[in-house]
Write a protein of this length. Sequence first.
Length: 351
Amino acid sequence: MKRKDFKKRKKSSNKRLVIKVLILLTFSLFVAVVAYGASLQKKASNAADQAYEAIPNRIKPAERETKVEPANDNVSILFIGVDDSEERHQGDGNSRSDALLFATLNKKSKSVKLVSIPRDSYVYIPKVGYKDKITHAHAFGGTGATVDAVEELFDIPVDYYVKMNFNAFIDVVDALGGIEAEVPYNRTEKDENDKYTIHLKKGLQHLDGKHALALARTRKLDTDVERGKRQQMILQAIMKQAVSVKSVTKYGDVIEAVGDNMKTDMTFDEMKSFLDYAKGGLPQVDTISLNGYDDMSTGVYYWKLDESDLSEVQQLLQSHLGVIPDSSNLTDRGSQIVGSADEASEPPYDN
């Protein structure tokens, strides 16, 4: 064999070897990703099973006689943030809700309407049969009483709830590597243990879980309505971080972070159905605040809702959820509904 032919064959052989190695490496990477995905799915399934908690004796609204399927239907979700710290706990089995965010999801438009409900909103609470602050509904009857109060408020079905305490919130944000959020002012705030250890700095900041929680809770320099807007902003920041490519490898940590600190009546398969909303990036999210005014006429602070504005919000949500015919003059209003916060005074926190 000529030396030239030998070199040619050797070069060709080396080339085939490189291709084989590349194929082997690609296949190994594929197997690793699949194995990771399978492991992650098993971990998520176990966590979902652990978090699942149906509301006892739940009577669904007439519009929900047939169970909805998130993969095919418009649905609504109530997010409940509770403070289980010793200082805030009421000692009778249930703490007050510290944050309430209600979302409707429209399958066709892949859009979300996100409403912040001020904790001091004066609403009818079916559990006790009279009006009070909506934050008290959870103390009166836990998740079920809160869901009933929100359904009464908006005259709309609540299909699912997700309840998390502050520990879960902190751990989820930390597991995602923190979030980007706009801080409105410089302030020293309380941590999850009600100690003044958190120093917030004005401007766009990268926040860890403890600082994100402090920003979500603070309202001393503005109002409950502005506080709701911050909670909406923070939830969207978490969503943005969660769907980013760099967060995929952190999902295991996020799942572990939730642990015993979350309860929901969604099954694992129902949770997976919502991934469709994240295809192609974040869905359109319109944030809504509830207009109202301060009321101290009884000696106790309440946020009295503007009835006309509330009626418009009800129609907007009902239309978006599909329980009433679509109304074109309402469907674009979401981001324009803002609270009249400029003249509101600082409410007492624990009344």
